[in-house]
Every structure is written in structure tokens, then in C-alpha cells.
Design a protein around this ligand. Structure first.
Ligand SMILES: [Zn+2]
Ligand SMILES: [Zn+2]
Length: 79
């Protein structure tokens, strides 16, 4: 269990879409989201992110999505 991540705890909200300004939805941690639906490019990005994390402070990586325009981005939350 991640104590320090505001997203996992439901304390922090993903904010607003930079494209259309709609409220973003937290789709969960990347670890939970990996699966047959993840394109190969995303898997590479995730692997890179994990390497970066090992060099610095721990972060919890979440995918947030705009329900309106389907804009997605990764959010790194320090834990
Ligand atoms: Zn988290
Ligand atoms: Zn949007």
C-alpha cells in the first residue's frame, strides 16, 4: 500500500484537461493498468520511467484521462 501518494489515497485530484478544460479521471496506477490494452510504445515509456525512478525519489505513476476528449497523460506523484 502506498501511504504517500495522494492519488492512491484519493486526496489529490488529477486536475483539468489541458485540451478542453474538463475534469480528468484517474485511471489508476500504471502497474495496475499494464495489460493487453497497452500499446508497445507505452510499455517502453513505463520501463524508462521506472529506470528514472530508481535513480531518484520514489514516485507513483498514474494514468489520467479526460472523459470528454480522451486526452491521456502520465502523472508522477512523489511518495
Ligand atoms: Zn498512486
Ligand atoms: Zn479534454
Amino acid at each position: 500500500m502506498f501511504v504517500g501518494c495522494g492519488f492512491c489515497n484519493g486526496v489529490t485530484t488529477p486536475g483539468f484537461c489541458p485540451i478542453c478544460g474538463n475534469s480528468m479521471n484517474d485511471l489508476g496506477m500504471v502497474e495496475d493498468y499494464e495489460g493487453p490494452y497497452s500499446p508497445y510504445q507505452d510499455a517502453e515509456l513505463i520501463e524508462w520511467e521506472h529506470k528514472q525512478n530508481n535513480q531518484g525519489s520514489l514516485v507513483c505513476i498514474h494514468i489520467v484521462e479526460c472523459p470528454k476528449c480522451k486526452y491521456q497523460e502520465y502523472m508522477k506523484v512523489p511518495i
